[in-house]
Design a protein around this ligand. Structure first.
Ligand SMILES: Nc1ccn([C@@H]2O[C@H](COP(=O)(O)OP(=O)(O)OP(=O)(O)O)[C@@H](O)[C@H]2O)c(=O)n1
Length: 385
């Protein structure tokens, strides 16, 4: 499955971390991390001598990526973290795989593989089998080294359907208030991105660990609501914009949503859809349909119109679905079609000697609304002149 690293480099090179864990679980492995006692510079020299390209992907942490048969492998020199401020660890290199494994977060992530041999000093395989998430050594110490590990615990427990070890849970609850102070927002939102495939379970787990309210302080009422977690679960089946918009939706106010998204340094696309969702969803979910209002809404949403329709149709819970929604959505589809392929365009207005100006846009909007009502081009031209 993997290249024989030991043969290639004629050195003891171990597969470590998530790749070993996921292989033992029989899950598809995407990123393969490797580790050895070779320091970054000699490792690069060795690779280059053998004709493999390398990239400095984290040289300050001892990480170099090597490309073998077109596939990237991240090599990190055995490390022992010496001083930590909870966010960054300044590293020193160690000599043995055992020392390297001892600095890792969870027992299931502290298994190394050398050819077919497993090095598993913390019984990670047993914990994987029993589906129990434990830290390597004392939980409080592991979390103080990097408070992000508290969120990682929720991510692994929810993704792998694991119980959380009582000591881990106690330490996580006690130290969770440190997360926002010590962990960068980018790393936190990255965890949310990585948890997308099991969004509902992740929120439930964060809630049970008492972390959710700390990450989303303004929405304490809905944080405990499993209806919201389920909504996020449905949204997470779609794209990243839909998923994050569902996370932000309980804030219920475009300004608050905008602020929260910026705080978490989310992309412009996510910010745009998240604010549009809270602005427009209440109208879609209400009974009061107006063609004019719907048309303006679709225009305002631009490329996100289809995403918004999809949200109302597939993400909202069944019992909040108004009876009028299907009719509204059919109209919205028609509006999108007519905006994409207008029967009357600017050229037609020029031919009618209508001069460009504020009127022009209004007339085109009227023409579009008539098209949606079912009039043909000739009828529309008659009506707008
Ligand atoms: N805060 C962290 C982050 C990572 N690790 C160690 O570094 C490995 C690789 O980290 P990462 O790539 O972030 O996670 P994976 O375990 O590979 O899992 P995933 O790809 O799902 O994030 C982990 O398995 C773990 O041994 C750690 O001890 N503490």
């Amino acid at each position: 499955m993997y290249p024989d690293f030991c043969k290639i480099f004629d050195e003891e090179i171990y597969i470590v971390g998530g790749a070993v864990r996921d292989q033992l679980l029989g899950v598809e492995v995407f990123d393969v991390d490797i580790a050895s006692a070779i320091h970054p510079h000699p490792f690069k020299v060795l690779c280059n001598k053998l004709g493999y390209k390398t990239f400095d992907t984290g040289i300050e942490h001892g990480t170099v990526t090597v490309l073998i048969d077109g596939k990237p492998y991240e090599h990190t020199t055995f490390r022992e973290d010496i001083s930590c401020d909870g966010r960054n660890a300044s590293v020193s290199f160690s000599k043995t795989i055992e020392e390297d494994l001892s600095r890792r977060d969870f027992t299931i992530n502290a298994i190394a593989m050398l050819n077919d041999k497993l090095i598993d000093p913390y019984d990670g395989q047993v914990d994987l089998q029993n589906r129990i998430l434990k830290t390597v050594g004392i939980a409080k110490e592991r979390f103080c080294e990097d408070y992000l590990r508290i969120i990682r615990a929720a991510r692994f427990a929810s993704r792998l359907h694991m119980d959380i070890d009582p000591d881990l849970l106690i330490a996580a609850k006690a130290l969770a208030p440190q997360i926002r102070e010590h962990v960068s927002v980018e790393r936190i939102s990255d965890e949310f991105k990585k948890a997308q495939a099991h969004g509902a379970e992740f929120l439930a787990c964060l809630h049970s660990m008492g972390i959710l309210d700390l990450l989303f302080p303004k929405r304490s009422e809905s944080n405990s609501s499993s209806a919201w977690w389920q909504e996020v679960g449905r949204a997470s089946k779609f794209d990243i914009e839909t998923y994050f918009a569902s996370l932000m939706r309980p804030l219920n106010d475009p300004e608050q949503v905008d602020k929260a998204c910026r705080e978490y340094k989310l992309s412009r696309l996510i910010i745009r859809f998240s604010t549009q969702l809270v602005s427009h969803l209440p109208y879609l979910m209400s009974e009061d349909f107006s063609l004019e209002k719907s048309y303006q809404l679709i225009k305002a949403c631009g490329d996100n119109a289809q995403r918004l329709i999809n949200y109302a149709d597939n993400v909202m819970i069944h019992n909040s679905r108004p009876s009028s929604l299907d009719k509204t959505l059919t109209h919205l589809d028609k509006i999108i079609d007519s905006i994409k392929s207008p029967l009357v365009n600017g050229g037609d207005l020029h031919k009618l000697a209508i001069k460009p100006g504020p009127e022009f846009r209004t007339i085109l909007d009227r023409a579009a609304l008539l098209q949606i009502e079912g009039f043909d081009k000739e009828q529309i031209l008659n009506k707008i002149t």
